[in-house]
Write a protein that binds this ligand. Structure first.
Ligand code: SF4
Length: 207
């Protein structure tokens, strides 16, 4: 068994690999992921309740005033860019894709506010298509565990993980690494004392 598989197997013993954003269809997930930039999933879940109550279809969001959207999503921060992006991407989905969120990387990444990470989260979570998005948690944990080098770019980390991990495990690996980073191997105060991956760590912060 490879070192990477050993790490993932240990993570599976205490983490259930699943996303934490609330959504009912690909449209809601896409909007939620765009809104999640620089804030927490928990906070996004609070704001998407009133947002999707008012705009429960992509058609309604496409017709909404940007200022009305902004008012609802303001607590999440970056509300100028986020309201503009979700308004524009909704209009494009209605006009170009008949109201259906596209399910290819190429089409998703062409939407406003949708980068490599967001496109892959939507592919993985909404469409169950193999993808391995790298966010700040996945990047940090991968480097601490020696799955990538300290000076690797986010894209380097993604490509290295994809080479080391079987394609059919990419989605689970994304969730496992992300949740490990979010709840255990935190940026400033990782829980090194009780860490089950201490033996694999290149970067133990406190013994
Ligand atoms: S020992 Fe600490 S830094 Fe290393 S993986 Fe575990 S929690 Fe993260």
């Amino acid at each position: 068994m490879s070192r990477t598989d050993e790490i993932l197997n240990i993570l599976r013993t205490f983490i259930v690999p699943k996303g934490e954003l609330n959504w009912r269809n690909p449209y809601e997930l896409l909007v939620a992921v765009v809104l999640s930039a620089q804030t927490t999933d928990k906070h996004v879940n609070q704001i998407t309740v009133p947002l999707f109550e008012k705009y429960d279809t992509v058609y309604k969001l496409a017709q909404a005033n940007v200022s009305d959207i902004k008012e609802i999503i303001k607590p999440l921060g970056l509300s100028d860019a986020k309201s503009r992006n979700i308004s524009n991407l909704s209009r494009i989905i209605v006009e170009r894709y008949n109201g259906i969120v596209p399910n290819t990387f190429k089409d998703l990444i062409s939407l406003p506010g949708v980068g490599r990470k967001t496109a892959q989260v939507v592919l993985a979570v909404a469409f169950n298509t193999p993808a391995l998005p790298v966010d700040t948690h996945v990047e940090r944990v991968s480097k601490r565990l020696g799955l990538a080098k300290k000076d690797d770019s986010v894209l380097d980390v993604e490509l290295k993980l994809k080479r080391k991990i079987n394609r059919n495990e990419w989605i689970d690996a994304h969730h496992l690494l992300l949740l490990f980073g979010r709840y255990y191997c935190k940026s400033a105060h990782p829980s090194c004392n009780n860490c089950k991956l201490k033996a694999y760590c290149k970067d133990i912060i406190s013994k």
